[in-house]
Write a protein that binds this ligand. Structure first.
Ligand code: HEM
Length: 409
């Protein structure tokens, strides 16, 4: 720690700041007065052991700059606030928690497979899953948007992507739920290793099967960059990462996005009236407004002088995407959902543009766009009719429940 520490009089590790939504007021105070601040991690319901404290970067330009500077702000010791043993950092995050050449190698291999073209080809399957989800509720009066409608939508798509057989999906999706809810606990780690074991087995089966299978998993197992391939274990860890990175985030964008539109009905009306033309901007604005992943963590690789303070080598630094996306210097009236918003500077919900920038951004955009189009076409009057119940977290800006009516009654 250091003698000139700026502490704002609260800590963003305090769960009570996040009960009704992101800690908007506190983050505004930080953006205005404490662009770099130190936060204690006392023991809490989330972290019974407490923690060693962390720095917070809250302005859009600082979150972007740190995201692009892996040599100084490294992901190598984990991207979650909680300090984990090295083995857990690897199994939990795979490439998300790698740096330098290791990360570059992984990224090169998976990018060869995870191409915009491959993803665009998934559109018909995504539409099919959207229809299945909507069919479950369309003849009802009331339903829960999160549980009854979107719950398994993104999960089925990741399973499609990786060629997970239909009979294995319910169990895999159940395990992913446990892993995500545990947020770094021993139970969630155990579950993650089960998922990795399953995916390793899947990769091994694919490796020996006839090679006319065009699934992404097949391509991933075969992909080679500079003579390097991923081992079955690495493929397994990657599948586990796709499940944890691709499910909650997308479901949250859709659920919170729908809730946001209930608060800004004129935006929804405009979109429903001219869906395809507005879709690219509407989807981007929803992701900015919601910011499903509210922070990721970095670790300082050296002493850093910033805003008159010293971040010591080894200190944890949190990049607050949810704050960067409310930065008025970049997004005027940032708290408003505005589908006509034009911004020169991209939002940071998918990361600040560095080497770890979300690999699934294109897929997420496609899923959100297809889902709302189908929903509005099938149930044009679908509406929120109760209070949402939030996931209690300062990491994922999620909803547990969102009571709705199909508008058919
Ligand atoms: C709206 C939905 C999503 C949001 C908000 C989101 C957000 C993020 C963020 C903030 C990062 C870290 C960026 C950084 O450190 O610079 C990330 C990385 C990643 N995301 Fe997403 N994500 C979403 C959907 C998805 C989907 C659908 C997938 C795949 C199925 C996915 C796969 C990944 C992967 C593999 C990485 C790691 C990339 C790397 O380390 O190089 N994400 N995402």
């Amino acid at each position: 720690m250091n003698s000139t520490l700026q502490t704002p009089g609260f800590t963003l590790a305090d769960p009570s700041l996040w009960t009704n939504g992101p800690a908007e007021d506190e983050l505004r105070i930080l953006r205005e007065n404490h662009p770099l601040s130190w936060h204690e991690e006392p023991s809490s319901e989330w972290f019974p052991e407490g923690g060693r404290g962390f720095w917070s970067l809250v302005r859009h330009e600082d979150v972007s700059a740190a995201s692009k500077d892996q040599d100084t702000y490294s992901s190598g010791q984990g991207t979650e606030l909680i300090d984990m043993p090295a083995e857990m950092v690897r199994t939990y995050g795979g490439m998300l928690n790698m740096t330098g050449e290791d990360h570059a190698k992984h990224r090169a291999i998976v990018s060869r497979v995870f191409t915009p073209r491959t993803l665009a080809q998934l559109a018909p399957q995504i539409l099919e899953h959207a229809r299945t989800c909507i069919a479950r509720i369309k003849d009802r009066e009331d339903f829960d948007f999160m549980e009854d409608l979107v719950a398994d939508f993104p999960a089925q798509i990741v399973c499609d992507l990786m060629g997970v057989p239909a009979e294995d999906r319910p169990e895999l999706i159940r395990l992913t739920g446990i892993a995500l809810a545990g947020n770094g606990t021993a139970e969630s780690y155990k579950t993650m290793t089960q998922i990795v074991e399953y995916a390793k087995g899947l990769a091994a089966r694919v490796e020996v099967a006839a090679s006319d299978d065009a699934s992404l998993l097949r391509k991933l197992v075969d992909a080679e960059v500079n003579g390097e391939r991923l081992s079955n274990e690495e493929v397994g860890i990657f599948l586990a990462l796709l499940l944890t990175a691709g499910i909650e985030t997308t479901a949250t964008s859709i659920g919170q996005g729908f809730y946001a539109m209930s608060q800004y009905p004129e935006q929804r009306k405009a979109w429903q009236e001219d869906y395809d033309a507005l879709a690219p901007r509407a989807v981007e604005e929803i992701v900015r407004w919601v910011t499903p992943v509210m922070h990721f963590r970095r670790t300082a690789t050296r002493d850093i002088e910033l805003y008159g303070q010293t971040i010591r080598k080894g200190d944890k630094v949190l990049l607050w995407y949810t704050s960067g996306n409310r930065d008025e210097s970049v997004f005027p009236e940032a708290e408003k959902l505005d589908f006509s918003r034009e911004s020169e500077v991209p939002h940071v919900a998918f990361g600040g543009g560095g080497p770890h920038f979300c690999l699934g951004a294109q897929l997420a955009r496609l899923e959100i766009s297809i889902f709302f189009k189908e929903l509005f076409q099938t149930l044009p009057n679908v509406a929120v009719n109760g209070e949402p119940v939030r996931l209690h977290s300062n990491f994922v800006n999620g909803l547990a429940h969102l009571p709705c009516t199909t508008g058919r009654a």
